[in-house]
Design a protein around this ligand. Structure first.
Ligand SMILES: Nc1ncnc2c1ncn2[C@@H]1O[C@H](COP(=O)(O)OP(=O)(O)O)[C@@H](O)[C@H]1O
Ligand SMILES: O=C(O)[C@@H](O)C(=O)COP(=O)(O)O
Length: 422
């Protein structure tokens, strides 16, 4: 194994696996830390965790256990994958996990490289942009679990770290690998342990990838994943891996409240396609929401894709926060209901499933009893179709796409099924 990756959520894991596969690395994606060894021909393994919003101590424990397994199985370099919008709380978990992995790998310096230019996430002078907006002015300021209200990543990361955080500015990055190497040398001599990497385009990532060769640990979004393969002489391979033929009915389960998912839900409902919205307050009342949703789905599954969602606009999310505090518990309660619906849908013959939302995807994939995902064709940047066996839903094969909240075009919930074919 060349690259051993730890992803802090499941959409992030498929996002990274997608970029690694396209960069030419044979990549295996596991749900949690596997019991046995990885396949002998895997160049990269991505261990998907659900550690983004758990208490920092638990995130550190889970990540160390994944890293230990990856190193024991030969990983030459570790890659801690977090969100391209740096989703975190004041306590972490990006900083504490990074520092724990540095200690484990005996690494005195690493980079924080969240940028993903193919999805309009860029970093300049240490400030994160989503499209043409600074992070704190983007929809991420309204996230139910990790509202991002500061775009200055050096400041955000420093608040989560013991080590000193610095910046590899764009003048060094644009000048190429040697200039990045010099900047890293200077930062190290000043006692800096972690540095945010300015990145405005893929060429910057290519420069960075070369400069980071041999570093025991890198951290960031999936963007860096397009370039590390070159360090092992592997050539890009954009021919999508072939997955088995799709089968069964099509469904979408959405628990993301991000801007892109809201637009996708609105696009789907505006087209008059069958969609069922769930009310968090009704869920909290103890009503049999999964039962009613599955009964509704049973009547519509023959009509093309069906959508079941709790997705809501910021005003409605604020209302949920007011009526059902604390947010983390309300979030988990909704995830639990959506994951039971996802399992029920597969049990009712759904073989093509899109899940929108990182935490939501983690809950659904676990409820389905999936232990490993194969990566297939890309639907939109960062979102591939995957193939898995749903051990806890009758042991059936299922095509599944885990869509990051803010990824995908407005027509994603229908386009995904067109890309997969019949
Ligand atoms: N209507 C709602 N009000 C408040 N929270 C919600 C609502 N619907 C879903 N959530 C919760 O918001 C969180 C969304 O996170 P996630 O699934 O990771 O989406 P994203 O990928 O957009 O970050 C989940 O915990 C989910 O259960
Ligand atoms: O890096 C990214 O933006 C994604 O891979 C990701 O992690 C998104 O997380 P969610 O928005 O919570 O799905």
């Amino acid at each position: 194994m060349r690259l051993g990756c730890i992803a802090d959520d499941f959409t992030g894991a498929t996002d990274l696996a997608n970029n690694l596969v396209r960069s030419g690395l044979r990549t295996v994606q596991t749900v949690g830390v596997p019991g046995g060894p990885p396949p002998a021909d895997a160049d990269a393994v991505v261990v998907a965790l659900k550690s983004r919003t758990v208490p920092a101590r638990e995130a550190v424990e889970q990540s160390l256990s994944a890293a230990t397994w990856l190193r024991r199985n030969g990983a030459e370099q570790l890659y801690f994958k977090y969100c391209s919008t740096f989703d975190s709380t004041d306590e972490g978990n990006i900083g504490p996990v990074t520092e724990a992995l540095m200690d484990l790998a005996g690494c005195d310096f690493t980079v924080a490289a969240p940028a993903f230019p193919d999805n309009q996430r860029t970093v300049y002078q240490g400030h994160l942009f989503v499209g043409d907006r600074l992070l704190h002015e983007s929809g991420m300021r309204h996230h139910p679990l990790t509202p991002m209200t500061d775009s200055d990543l050096v400041r955000v990361l420093q608040a989560q770290c013991r080590r000193t955080v610095g910046l590899i500015g764009h003048s060094s990055v644009a000048a190429g690998p040697a200039a990045i190497g010099e900047r890293i040398g200077r930062l190290r001599s000043e006692g800096v342990g972690l540095a945010v990497l300015d990145t405005v385009c893929n060429e910057d990532l290519v420069h960075a990838g070369a400069a980071l060769r041999g570093l025991p640990l890198v951290t960031g979004g999936s963007g860096l994943g397009i370039t590390l393969a070159r360090n092992w002489g592997v050539e890009p391979d954009t021919a999508a891996a072939r997955l088995p033929a799709p089968r069964g009915a099509a469904a979408v389960v959405a628990g993301s409240c991000s801007e892109a998912t809201n637009r996708q839900v609105e696009h789907f409902t505006a087209a008059g396609l069958p969609a069922l919205g769930l009310d968090p307050v009704e869920i909290a009342s103890g009503a049999d929401v999964p039962g009613a949703a599955l009964e509704w789905a049973g009547r519509h599954l023959g009509e093309g894709p069906v959508l079941i969602y709790s997705t809501a606009r910021p005003e409605a999310v604020r209302e949920t926060r007011r009526r059902l505090p604390p947010a983390a518990e309300a979030g988990e309660m909704i995830e639990d209901v959506l994951s039971r619906i996802a399992r029920g849908l597969v049990g009712h013959g759904v073989g093509r499933l899109v899940v929108a939302g990182g935490e939501t995807s983690g809950a659904c994939v676990r409820a389905l009893g999936v232990s490993r995902l194969r990566t297939g064709a890309q639907i939109d940047p960062g979102v591939p179709w995957c193939h898995a066996v749903a051990e806890d839903a009758g042991g059936v094969p299922v095509h599944i796409a885990l869509k990051s909240g803010n990824f995908g075009t407005d027509d994603f919930f229908t386009k995904a099924f067109d890309v997969l074919g019949r």
